[in-house]
Every structure is written in C-alpha cells, then in structure tokens.
Design a protein. Structure first.
Length: 55
C-alpha cells in the first residue's frame, strides 16, 4: 500500500495517514529481548556445544 503525502499537508494529517496504513499492529519492545547470556560457563565451550548439536 502506498501513502501519498502532498506538499503542504499538515502534520496531523500525515500522522493519521501513517497510522491508517500501518494498522493496529502491536508495538514490540525488542530491547527487552536483547541481552547477554547470564551463566557461569565459558562462551567458547557453549558455542562449541551449540555447533556440535547441529551435526
């Protein structure tokens, strides 16, 4: 879907058009999913263990 925004369109109309185009998709806070592995193991040992599981 394409949204045409003409020169001189007010900011509120632009925001309304964008919201209409994107729909009611929920915003996901991806930063809460990002992080580090919190464990007392060696990262290289863990990585080798994961790679060996692929075989």
């Amino acid at each position: 879907m394409a949204t045409v925004i003409k020169k001189g369109t007010s900011k509120s109309e632009i925001v309304k058009s964008i919201r209409k185009a994107t729909g009611n998709r929920p915003n996901k806070a991806l930063m809460k999913l990002a992080g580090t592995l919190k464990a007392d193991i060696d990262p290289m040992v863990y990585q080798k263990k994961l790679r060996d599981a692929w075989k």
